[in-house]
Design a binder for this molecule. Sequence first.
Ligand code: ADP
Ligand code: ASP
Ligand code: MG
Length: 401
Amino acid sequence: MGLIVQKFGGTSVKDAERIFNVARIVTETYSKGNNVVVVVSAQGDTTDDLIEKAAEINPNPSKREMDVLLSTGEQISISLLAMAIEKLGFPVISLTGWQAGFVTNSNHGNARIRKIDKERLNLELDKRNIVIVAGFQGLNRYDDITTLGRGGSDTSAVALAAALHADLCQIYTDVDGVYTADPRVVKDAVKLDEISFDEMLELASLGAQVLHNRSVEMAKKYNVNLEVLSSLEDKPGTKVKEVTKMEKMLIKGVACDNDVARIAAIGLPDEPGIAFRLFSMLAKSKVNVDIILQSIGRDNKKDISFTVPLSQKETAIKCLEDVKDLLKIQDINADDNVCKVSIVGAGMQSNPGVAAKMFEALFEADINIRMISTSEIKISVLIDKEKGKRAMVAIHNAFDF
Ligand code: ADP
Ligand code: ASP
Ligand code: MG
């Protein structure tokens, strides 16, 4: 007998039929003698609908109240799934994130899990109950409700698997595994039998929403036995693990991130200390800077541009405005009509020609590159937002998957 954590996303529980489908998967696993802990997301587009509802009332609500609101979506799912499992005649109990012991920090809207108090969970498992836990939510130390960030139910599931030393953590979703690119955008995308934690972490962080990036981070840290599979088709999915067997492909995938804005500080003095002061200011305001580009100095002037998450665009602009006179910045501009397209694979820098091939594919698709960044495991380019999907297809076609 083992302990298995199974997580089902929004589309997998979107209506009564899908909830019974999930109930069947869960009870089959239980009937094989396993203890089962299930994590569910809010049904279908519930979270987006709740965000819209809030906007009708107050375009600028406090993050605390947003968390109170958004956490309700998952509570609907846990009770409905528990009712379905009751109807199938199995012992079951639903628990909110806080009943399941999730303690987080106070970063409302993007909280991090501090610990899981396992007492209640263990009590229910000892009674041989199927335990259904609301994903994406917890309580901070002041007993205020927090949420873990969009897509955060994956992280709830992996955290439970780590805390309970589960034998397996299965992330059931609406695709049958991790592909070399979003299969809804790139028709020729190839399903991967397995992918390493590091590669998956990069793909997830660079926009492949199939797994919440922090869930991968946690799975790697606690060496959780993780797989991604379909809730609709009974077939093998993708194993995410520490080391994968050598495969012919160097490039593991292509991803596109739309959550990005480019900020430029124009006409800065070309002298030491400018970048230091600029980025110190941004760091103090907790702005996450990603790609940075500095132009060659000309007439003792230079430009620095960089990318930030969309949600931090205004903060970044304000930071630059605050130091505009001090740093003698001539002009500041921002553009959120951009996206970041990346290729991911281990050993990128030791394989010459990979970048050239990516850039050639973009050239042939007549797509202009605005910024580039490379690392051992990825190459990213910033391009116009409306060209993102076309760029993914062109780049994917250029590599031999
Ligand atoms: P869930 O509601 O189950 O959490 P998500 O919508 O968060 O599901 O994630 C699944 C979606 O991720 C898929 O429908 C797919 O469009 C998208 N996706 C993006 N990149 C990839 C990829 N490389 N492999 C598989 N799916 C991907
Ligand atoms: N319901 C939340 C969201 O839509 C969490 C999740 O689905 O993982 O982001
Ligand atoms: Mg998701």
